[in-house]
Design a binder for this molecule. Sequence first.
Ligand code: NAG
Length: 353
Amino acid sequence: MAVRGGAIAAVVALVLTLALLCGTASAQGFLGINRKAKQPPKRSTPGNPKQLPPKGKYTTVVTNKYHKRDYEITCTTDYGASCYIKCPARCPNKCLAYCAYCLTFCLCDLMPGTSCGDPRFTGADGNTFYFHGKKDESFCLVTDDHLHINARFMGNHNAESGRDFTWVQSLGITFDRDDHRNHSLYIGARRAAEWDEEDDHVVLVLDGEPVDVEAAKNARWVSGTVPGLSVTRTHDVNAVTVELDGVFSVSANAVPITDEESRVHSYGKTEKDSLVHLDVGYTFHGLTKDVDGVLGQTYRPNYVNKLDITAKMPIMGGEERYRSSGLFATDCAVSRFHRAAGRSADGFTSFAS
Ligand SMILES: *[C@@H]1O[C@H](CO)[C@@H](O)[C@H](O)[C@H]1NC(C)=O
């Protein structure tokens, strides 16, 4: 990537397929250039995800090594003040900025069907909860007649607080299509002692064969063996969207734990591991009404949230129900993979999710 004068635009607008709101705002960040603002510049503050600004125009802000955490974003606001964006501590590297209100939000807080960070899930019903799982073990996130997704958790034990922190290290996706073969797709985050944002940390393997996608934004790989399966890079490195036509679209971002996050949350990050993990957004098509799993159950048409959603951040317990014996095992207690009672000849009953 060419760096012109050390001051190139620091703001990248992402296409957000999962976005609730349509946001077409584009903005430019400038470093070292003082815009003459009619009003004194403001500093952004984190917004409340439950109270989104009514004017749903946002910009995705991504930090990079040339531009640290503060940006001046030039917005087309009614009153013309510039807004210095600083992403919230929970998502210091990437956030949504609602310029008009000078508010910021973490992507993972807003979209149904996500698992992010320490792992925080947002269910199909829009409610957010933690599921901590256990480090170095796998749990079923989504389990349905023809689709099963496990997540393997990684973690860090903080001796000072005595607490284990976990993140999603990889996804093991098992599915079958008309060929009645079980396919396995691995999406993982590669470990790195030190994070270098120009290195790719996403690893993809289909049925035991590595999937190589050219490291360029929009580069696309189409499977020669599984019809309808494709991978598209949404950035040059560290961000992919994996799609299986008519079944799912999974957007995975490999992200590190920054020193600042570690300090704020006392993660106890050491110099030897940047704790690279996956933040994931999921879209499903044609799940059955019996779908289960940590995230999957929230897609049931009759799903009733039993968590205490008035708690600051509810925790989903019941680890035993979701534990899998391996990343590609379909044996968690709530497994629905190939378990449909009275399966009809043509597969499954689908409903629009
Ligand atoms: C696919 O996996 C399911 C569940 O483990 C199993 O019952 C089924 O026999 C497998 N199908 C094939 C073709 O191996």
